[in-house]
Write a protein that binds this ligand. Structure first.
Ligand SMILES: [Zn+2]
Length: 250
């Protein structure tokens, strides 16, 4: 079994909407959670129990105000390392996925519906390749209850109503064992990793800040030079020079 942690970034009034996250083998979950708790325990008192919420952490807002920029940068790099190399001693490194949707390119689409369909199709593709290679797994998506449950329940209803007319609806994708499950992001640090991925993909496309995405790229699902895990949904992908569009044109 693989767990797919999902989060999103990009408010309605911005150019981009991003869905991002990671899959990890069930046996990789505990070592990863332990590594994240270990990082949290090294923080000064007031930040120890805090969520690793990428936006406030980057800006030094809220509980992160009293944490020095150096400490925040160190934590960010430690998270990059966990995402690209996996937890120390674990054989199960995460695989990253993200869809960055340029809203204006799809004026007649429901942004959430289009982006989430594309997103859920990607881990489905990875698990299909694993199954073809003799390593069959199912997957369960896990998302933050407070921020994503309403959106995803609405989409599930839409996809159910569309029935077989859409190949990308999560309920019809072979890899998914169950509908998405919802947890409190405070209780799951792996959900916080999904937030980290979504945030830094959003920063790359919305703000042209690729400092972290560049480092995360090797961890996205890929085969040779084809990056399956990172998708840039934009009308002009033929002229875009981002790694996802370059890979798509190959
Ligand atoms: Zn692009």
């Amino acid at each position: 079994m693989h767990l797919l942690y999902v989060d999103e970034a990009g408010p309605d009034n911005r150019e981009y909407f991003v869905v991002g996250g990671l899959t990890i083998h069930e046996q990789g979950v505990l070592p990863m959670a332990d590594a994240l708790e270990q990082l949290a325990s090294q923080l000064p008192d007031r930040a120890r129990g805090a969520e690793f919420h990428a936006g406030p952490m980057r800006r030094g807002a809220g509980v992160w105000r009293r944490i020095t920029p150096q400490q925040r940068a160190q934590l960010r790099q430690a998270l990059v390392e966990l995402l690209t190399q996996g937890a120390p001693g674990s054989q199960h490194a995460p695989v990253l996925f993200a869809v960055a949707m340029h809203r204006a390119s799809f004026p007649h689409h429901d942004t959430h519906e289009r982006a989430y369909e594309e997103f859920f199709a990607r881990p489905n593709g990875l698990l299909g390749r694993l199954a073809n290679a003799g390593d069959p797994h199912r997957c369960v998506a896990i998302a933050d209850k407070s921020t994503l449950e309403a959106t995803l329940q609405r989409l599930m209803a839409v996809w159910r109503a569309q029935g077989a007319s859409t190949g990308a609806a999560i309920g019809r994708m072979a890899a998914y064992a169950e509908v998405p499950l919802f947890v409190d992001s405070q209780a799951s640090r792996l959900i916080q990793l999904a937030d980290f991925v979504a945030h830094w993909v959003y920063r790359a496309y919305e703000q042209d800040d690729t400092s972290v995405l560049d480092q995360l790229l090797p961890a996205f699902d890929s085969e040779g030079e084809s990056i399956h895990g990172l998708v840039h949904l934009i009308h002009d992908y033929r002229t875009c020079v981002c790694p996802a569009c370059i890979s798509r044109r190959r």
